[in-house]
Design a protein around this ligand. Structure first.
Ligand code: ZN
Length: 262
């Protein structure tokens, strides 16, 4: 029965690859997480107005966020909850600029974020700029790299004026310090010639790079967990978790069971 199912699945996969194989190489990183991707009208068309960047060199083309501000809080667990970004010291009214060209996917109030701007970039990457005091762009606007998008502030859950900056890929947050050397105000050498944040994370992990990454390769199920709880915790979807682990959406999880996260 299982063999038969696998057989049918392979046939289906073959048919799909024959249908699409000619036009586009499909890799895991090309598939956006539908639930997490912010879809706005005319969004694709707007992004297409930008020249296509070489996939490999995309990360090195970002601007270091925060105009030489120093880090006041890093990415990682913080007082019992996950801090998905880097906090950069700024002064009220400082201009916050787009770290890369893209389309404004959000410019509104976000719970905890205060006034939040989210820019959708190429390669399924999004950048978040939170606690702003003023918006300079609206949802749907296209922005060039370095263009002002807002003014720094302390709206939302913020202690003092700073910029909370996040970098997400396929909806998953990654440590911005994987890409940026904030102290030296430059792109990290490791981020050169790298096509994605996930690839960069995988490259840095064996080197013992100590910065916490929000998405462990395997997560051990704890008491009180459910697929829903885990999907919320790691900003992924139940569908994606089921696909990766080959389990059903109503599967009963065992404590200590390892779940593949990517
Ligand atoms: Zn923060």
């Amino acid at each position: 029965m299982i063999v038969k199912r696998v057989g049918i699945f392979c046939l289906l996969l073959l048919a799909v690859s024959v249908a699409f194989g000619q036009s586009k190489m499909v890799t895991a990183l090309d598939v956006p997480n539908i639930e997490q991707t912010i879809n706005i009208e005319g969004f694709t068309a707007a992004l297409d107005s930008f020249p296509r960047s070489a996939q490999k060199g995309y990360l090195e083309q970002f601007l270091v966020p925060g105009n030489d501000g120093y880090i006041i809080s890093r990415f990682g667990p913080r007082s019992g909850r996950m801090h998905y970004g880097t906090d950069i010291k700024m002064y009220k009214g400082d201009t916050v600029v787009a770290t890369q060209s893209g389309v404004i996917a959000r410019a509104n109030w976000g719970h905890g974020f205060g006034r939040l701007v989210v820019i959708q970039h190429r390669n399924n990457i999004e950048t978040y700029y939170a606690h702003l005091t003023k918006f300079l762009k609206e949802k749907g606007d296209t922005v060039e790299k370095g263009e002002p998008i807002g003014l720094a502030g302390s709206t939302g859950r913020a202690r003092g004026v700073h910029l909370h900056f996040e970098m997400r890929e396929n909806g998953k947050p990654f440590d911005p310090e994987l890409v940026f050397d904030f102290k030296e105000e430059k792109i990290r050498d490791d981020a050169f010639n790298t096509e994605s944040l996930m690839a960069l994370h995988k490259k840095l992990k064996p080197k013992g790079y100590s910065t916490n990454v929000a998405v462990p390769e395997y997560y051990k199920v704890r008491s009180g967990d459910s697929l829903w709880v885990i999907s919320r915790k790691f900003k992924t979807s139940i569908t994606e978790l089921c696909r990766l682990n080959n389990i059903a959406e109503n599967a009963v999880l065992q404590i200590g069971q390892p779940l593949r996260m990517y």
